[in-house]
Design a protein around this ligand. Structure first.
Ligand code: PEP
Ligand code: MG
Length: 881
């Protein structure tokens, strides 16, 4: 078994199909070599070697060392250079490359092969002394960092000492030599030795790359992204080419289409006389590749190196055509000669993903089905990102590059730790950094948005934020960040840690304070086209959960074909309505309850009318009251006093009544149909409000109303039978009073495990079932929805649970109840419609399951409707494949 695959000089042992074995980067290099692209020759150590390394406590497979020896000899023949040679030394890069890309997560070492002798040889051979020493000092530091895990700060301090007293930023050869010695001293101070033998350097570097797969940072990333943990990484060893050799050398990153907007323009950045890490690390602000990328004509590669640019342009077209998707390409120009170092499917904003998918269908490159499968369903929520309210007063204090679109507002945090602390206190955060590095991932994950003073569109901050779908502004050179004092200056103001700022990742603006944001007014034409295609393939219908007319209208504009859940208790958040609701809940007898209900009736009727108007012609499922009492009654003494005053009661009397209503377990208490059955006048009043609203609109307007009344928390058939009778009696009474014709349905939520088990008898009284998977999950697991946070982090960290079952549907357990309940229900009532209206109605994995077991619809929050539409299409495409 071989653990080594060669590539270069127009040939390769592997190909694009070997991603699991060679990692994404290795497979890409092999494929590019086969295509005859100018790829520096090299070889890939396979992921199997890495898996062996972990399995056997850091041991290499038996023949790996010998194979690497042969590969290096082959290299030497091919390049006519020698590893450690004092005449013409061979230098290599060593890079990680896992099967699933983890940008910025793992390690890279450049210029390996340098030592005190080879550095002189490189200087003599190339005639560039400064270049040779610059490469050497980079290598020693990188080696110390990656292989020996020595902190950046120690090297930075050593560098500061060398730079002190020197006039320019640009160190001369003596300065660079001093830096090499200083870095070696840093390593020695750690009681470690910088190895001068290139073979030993290579061995240690390969081990370090293997180990970088298992750092806490990489594991955290994989967990967050749902990437498997056992693949290991491949290691790519490749001959170095130098973008920093002279002014005819350069390095850059380009995309075959704009990764922000998805527009079909060749887009990228480059830096003359620099190495790739300078672009990616964001330590230098790069120049635009061409005028299409938005730069000054004179700064562009197109202008400064027209031949290399023309060749690059030609290659990017070939690469996109070959892979059939937008590519992210790294290149280096060494003394005018172009080399391609890497190509991979480019990360893009959600909006760009859709634009590219739609364009590629229109260009005839891919089918509609392939386009639908290419966009991650959850990313559609991000397309609906908020934007800055154009009419709001605002003070722009700085301007940077628009790295990832959308508006975000939060308190300034200068470190990952500070960001996490603020978020724990419930505050939104904008993470502000000079530039970001993988150490900042946790901080970026919890922040609303990211702002950096340095870096370009391909810097770590920009790429990662785009992947996370967070608003991000980079290269904001107006910012003077002072970590030590916890503040930043701009030309006009000083902003301290904890102050609010607002960033606009769509145009790069930074605003003082909180600027109001608006939901995106309309989604773009390509989003509409894309979602229309999704609806062509989807079988499962998508409704929305909406409790007021504006949410209903938004849901409709986002493509909901009805309201699947209108929680009537959510109509009582306004002061007047809340007061009436509390009066009703606190009433001691039917008479005072009726008085309170008379206040509630017109409030509900008006709200229902508005919702019916918004949903003209579409079904609206209204759930009768299901208030867990603790959510509506005051607890703190000052709130109790205020309510007593408001209701004209004595404090003591109110406290006594609250004591009577107190429940140990309100979620399992006097709520749902239990409340409706013990106090039938509550449901009767609500049904009156629904049908008076529906009948008035039917009689007085062209609006078509399709009401569906839903009974919550049913556990057995008699509960539903009785509630249904109350609904039908009142509905028929009102309909005949108004003398209109109105179709309606009465159904139930299935949210108690017993209801799923006894679905056969319950279905005899129901026109529809809607699985309330929030309660069904809570009650199946016996986990309190409100208290799960106390033990969930432990369960997740220990792998006792794969994820939060209240967010990601538990297909394995709760799924069985849904499947069983559906089949029992349909068996006894063939016309039964079945849907889901818990949070899981917007969870793509849940949606795939609901499709597979043949449900009719899901209902989710309005912003998730596009997610659910796409997930439903993807489920149908996958299921039929
Ligand atoms: C549910 O339990 O899934 C549901 C939709 O109801 P609620 O979240 O209001 O309890
Ligand atoms: Mg519920």
């Amino acid at each position: 078994m071989s653990f080594i695959y060669h590539f270069g000089a127009g040939k390769a042992e592997g190909s694009a199909a070997d991603k699991a074995l060679l990692g994404g980067k290795g497979a890409g290099l092999a494929e590019m070599s086969r295509l005859g692209l100018p790829v520096p020759p090299g070889f890939t150590v396979t992921t199997e070697a890495c898996q062996h390394y972990f399995k056997f406590g850091g041991e290499w497979p038996d023949n790996l060392e010998a194979d690497i020896g042969h590969a290096v000899t082959q290299f030497e023949t091919l390049t006519k250079k020698g590893f450690g040679s004092r005449q013409n030394p061979l230098l290599v890069s060593v890079r990680s490359g896992a099967p699933v890309s983890m940008p910025g997560m793992m390690d890279t070492i450049l210029n390996l092969g340098l030592n005190d002798e080879t550095v002189e040889a490189i200087a003599t051979h190339t005639g560039h002394v400064r270049f040779a020493w610059d490469a050497y000092r980079r290598f020693v530091r990188m080696f110390g960092d990656v292989v020996f895990n020595i902190s950046h700060n120690k090297f930075a301090r050593a560098e500061d000492l060398i730079r002190q007293g020197r006039e320019t930023d640009e160190l001369d050869v003596d300065g660079l030599k001093a830096l090499v010695s200083a870095y070696k001293k840093v390593i020695e101070d750690e009681r470690l030795t910088f190895p001068s033998d290139p073979h030993e350097q290579l061995r240690l570097a390969i081990n370090a790359v293997f180990q970088s797969f298992n750092t806490p940072r990489a594991r955290y990333h994989r967990k967050a992204q749902g990437i498997p943990d056992d693949t290991g990484t491949a290691v790519n060893i490749q001959t170095m080419v130098f973008g920093n050799m002279d002014e005819q050398s350069a390095t850059g990153v380009c995309f075959t289409r704009d990764p922000k907007s998805g527009q079909k323009i060749f887009f990228g950045e480059w830096l003359p006389n620099a190495q790739g890490e300078d672009v990616v690390a964001g330590t230098h602000t790069p120049l635009p590749l061409n005028t299409l990328s938005g730069g000054n004509a004179e700064d562009c590669l197109e202008h400064q190196m027209p031949e290399a640019y023309a060749q690059l342009n030609d290659l990017q077209l070939r690469l996109e055509e070959h892979y059939g998707d937008m590519q992210d390409i790294e290149f280096t120009i060494e003394r005018g000669e172009l080399f391609i170092l890497q190509t991979r499917t480019g990360k893009r904003t959600p909006a760009a993903a859709i634009q590219i998918a739609v364009d590629m269908v229109n260009e005839g490159v891919i089918t509609k089905e392939a386009a639908l499968m290419r966009v991650e369903a959850t990313s559609l929520e991000l397309v609906m990102r908020p934007v800055i309210d154009p009419s709001a007063p605002k003070n722009c204090i700085a301007k940077g590059l628009d790295a990832s679109p959308g508006a975000a507002c939060g308190r300034v945090a200068f470190s990952s730790e500070a960001a996490q602390e603020m978020v724990e206190h419930g505050d939104p955060v904008i993470l502000v950094r000079l530039e970001t590095s993988p150490e900042d991932i946790q901080g970026m994950t919890v922040s609303e948005g990211i702002l950096t003073a340095q870096g370009g569109q391909t810097s770590h901050a920009a790429v990662v934020a785009r992947g996370m779908g967070k608003p991000c502004v980079v290269g904001c050179t107006d910012l003077l960040v002072d970590y030590g004092r916890g503040l930043f200056y701009t030309g006009s103001s000083v902003v301290k840690a904890g102050d609010y700022i607002t960033i606009n990742g769509t145009d790069g603006s930074v605003y003082e304070g909180k600027v109001p944001t608006l939901p995106p007014a309309t989604s773009s034409e390509s989003v509409q086209t894309f979602l229309k295609w999704a609806d062509e393939f989807a079988v499962l219908k998508v409704r929305a959960n909406a409790d007021n007319a504006s949410d209903a209208a938004r849901a409709r504009s986002l493509g909901a074909i009805g309201i699947g859940l209108c929680r009537t208790e959510h109509m009582f958040f306004q002061a007047d309505a809340l007061r009436a609701m509390r009066q009703m809940l606190l009433a001691r007898d039917e008479h005072s309850r009726q008085r309170a209900l008379q206040l509630i009736l017109p409030i509900q009727r008006e709200e229902f009318k508005h919702i019916f108007e918004s949903m003209n012609g579409l079904p609206v499922t209204i759930r009768l009251l299901d208030p867990p009492l603790h959510e509506f009654l005051p607890k703190r003494p000052e709130d109790i006093s205020a309510l007593a005053q408001d209701l004209g009661l004595r404090d003591g009397a109110l406290k006594e009544r609250l004591g009577q209503l107190h429940e140990i377990n309100p979620m399992m208490g006097h709520r749902g149909c239990r409340l409706g059955l013990t106090n039938p006048e509550i449901y009767a009043t609500q049904v009156r409000a629904i049908f008076e609203a529906a009948c008035q609109l039917t009689r007085d307007s062209d609006i078509t109303v399709i009401p569906e009344v839903m009974i919550p928390l049913v556990a057995n058939a008699p509960e539903l039978e009785r509630c249904r009778q109350t609904v039908v009696n009142m509905a028929e009474h009102i309909i005949s009073q108004y003398n209109v014709s109105l179709d309606y349905k009465v159904g139930t939520m299935i949210e108690v495990p017993r209801a799923a088990l006894k679905a056969g008898s319950i279905a005899q009284h129901a026109d529809f079932f809607s699985f309330g998977t929030n309660d069904l999950t809570q009650l199946s697991y016996g986990f309190s929805r409100d208290d799960i946070g106390k033990f969930l982090p432990f369960y997740l960290a220990e792998g006792i649970l794969p994820d939060n079952p209240l967010a990601q549907f538990d297909i394995d357990g709760v799924g069985e109840l849904v499947e069983f309940g559906t089949s029992r229900g349909r068996h006894s009532n063939a016309r039964l419609k079945v849907g889901v209206c818990g949070e899981h109605g917007g969870d793509p994995k849940g949606i795939a399951f609901f499709h597979n077991i043949g449900l009719d619809y899901v209902s989710c929050s309005p912003f998730r409707v596009p997610v659910a539409r796409l997930a439903a299409a993807q489920a149908a495409l996958t299921h039929s494949a």
